[in-house]
Design a protein around this ligand. Structure first.
Ligand code: GDP
Ligand code: GDP
Length: 433
């Protein structure tokens, strides 16, 4: 279940300052210019044990004045569609501006909770000035100082009350997200899977998430598909297409068990694909790579192999990821994608007994022990799997601090060679015993 808190507002009200405070990220750039292109700001935050993602929408605006206000308006609309809660940030030192009014008009139509957050209340004298913002017609106002952090606790106490709880039935189903750059074929594969047969698609009633959560229940499969392509392709501002797709991708990356990363065979595996891959890896998700539009590639009997090797080189060291070559338009291997995702889902949930682990791994370790450092020998006594959402293994030994990175890599590869873990993240720990 992902909860996204979007910070919207015109430039210079303090969005990125608030973002930094909520996420405690040090990377964001704070400056006095309005309209500079910033890093894309999204990060995780936590308040009273509730995790959520914060998005600073200001990070997506281009530095050109003609599209500037249109871009902001569009982002507000996207935030209303995609976020769980919207923080509408305004500035007490300037009062209400025309752009504030325009944003408020859009937000008044929102079905999502909107919080009017009056920023820059660094001293008490200004508290009375804040009351002006009631006239935006968006209900209660929250006064804060992003700079000092005052008021943010009270704000978050209210915000977390508006997070949705996940339906237990939905929670128990495998979730596969189809992600990738625009135009790789995400909508096409979803259409090909669900067709127009509404019977196999059960939108989750009563939620605002219908459009992206698709229940697939056919041919003995029962899982949720998370669609990141969605319906919105009609954005007017170029940067917002990316903003939108990033927003959906983050949600998908949080919610899914398996990430189906789709690429376009004619374009290859590029920077943006790498980013998504690494995010999936960092979030300990299962991964399947789908190389689509395979019909457009001129092939001989080596093409698949060469293509695969190029991808595996780029995703090293996590090279043990299934790669499926598809043509959605020619209906080639579309179901294979789902079967592969099922397999990866199983691998990610795999539990290996302690006896089996020791039976297989101890002889390997005996044959290839960790190299001694300064005459010290690491003795690994036994291994056991630790409970978690993805496979984690603890190797108990006398001197864990002497086990170096290459040996971790070696052990991970041995685990992958000996057990079915393809496409699943694997964590290896050495612990004192
Ligand atoms: P954004 O364009 O909405 O992301 O705004 P920024 O976070 O870049 O902030 C714009 C300016 O307002 C910067 O100079 C910040 O230091 C300043 N600022 C942000 N929050 C506060 C605050 O709580 N109090 C004061 N006095 N200044 C702030
Ligand atoms: P999305 O933006 O990732 O959802 O991509 P779409 O599903 O909208 O596809 C973008 C374009 O690629 C459309 O014109 C599709 O018809 C086309 N397309 C999708 N899959 C294939 C394929 O396997 N082969 C070819 N040749 N074209 C494809």
């Amino acid at each position: 279940m992902s909860n996204i808190v979007a910070i919207v507002g015109r430039p210079n009200v303090g969005k990125s300052t608030l973002y930094n405070r909520l996420t405690e990220s040090r990377k964001a750039i704070v400056d006095d210019f309005s309209g500079v292109t910033r890093d894309r700001h999204y990060g995780v935050s936590e308040w009273v044990d509730k995790k959520f993602t914060v998005i600073d929408t200001g990070g997506y605006v281009a530095n050109s004045t003609d599209v500037f206000e249109a871009a902001i308006r569009e982002q507000v609309i996207i935030a209303i569609e995609e976020a769980s809660v919207i923080l509408f940030l305004v500035d007490v030192t300037t009062g209400i501006t025309d752009l504030d009014d325009e944003i408020a008009t859009l937000l008044r139509r929102s079905t999502k909770p909107v919080f009017v957050v009056v920023n820059k209340l660094d001293n008490n004298a200004q508290v009375s000035d804040a009351t002006e913002f009631y006239s935006l017609g968006l209900g209660e106002i929250y006064t804060i100082s992003s700079m000092t952090g005052s008021g943010t606790g009270e704000l978050l106490d209210e915000v977390v009350k508006h997070f949705e709880e996940e339906d237990p039935e939905e929670a128990s189903r495998p979730k596969y997200a189809i992600v990738g750059r625009p135009n790789v074929g995400k909508s096409s594969i979803i259409n090909s899977l669900i067709g127009t047969d509404r019977n196999i698609v059960t939108p989750i009633a009563g939620t605002t998430r219908d459009s992206i959560h698709i229940h697939y229940n056919q041919y003995g499969h029962d899982f949720m598909l998370i669609d990141t392509a969605g319906l919105r392709k009609k954005t007017k501002v170029k940067e917002n297409i990316e903003f939108y797709s990033v927003m959906r991708t983050i949600k998908a990356l949080e919610e899914a068990d398996v990430i189906i990363l789709m690429i376009d065979a004619t374009e290859g595996f590029e920077g943006q694909d790498m980013n998504i891959f690494h995010l999936a890896e960092k979030n300990k998700k299962g991964i399947v790579i789908v190389v689509n539009k395979w019909d457009l590639i001129e092939k001989n009997n080596k093409t698949v192999k060469v293509f695969e090797e190029q991808i595996r080189e780029k995703i090293a060291p996590f090279t043990d990821v299934p790669i499926v070559f598809t043509s959605v338009t020619e209906k080639q291997r579309v179901l294979r994608v789902i079967e592969t995702a099922n397999k990866v889902y199983e691998n990610r949930a795999r539990k290996i007994s302690t006896s089996k682990l020791n039976e297989v791994m101890l002889p390997i370790i005996e044959k290839y022990p960790p190299p001694s450092i300064k005459g010290k020998y690491v003795k690994i006594k036994y291994v056991t799997q630790i409970n978690g959402t993805s496979p984690m293994f603890a190797f108990f030994c006398n001197l864990p601090q002497y086990v170096k990175e290459p040996y971790y890599r070696f052990i991970e590869n041995q685990l992958r060679d000996n057990f079915e873990l393809s496409g699943s993240p694997v964590q290896v720990w050495f612990r004192q015993k």
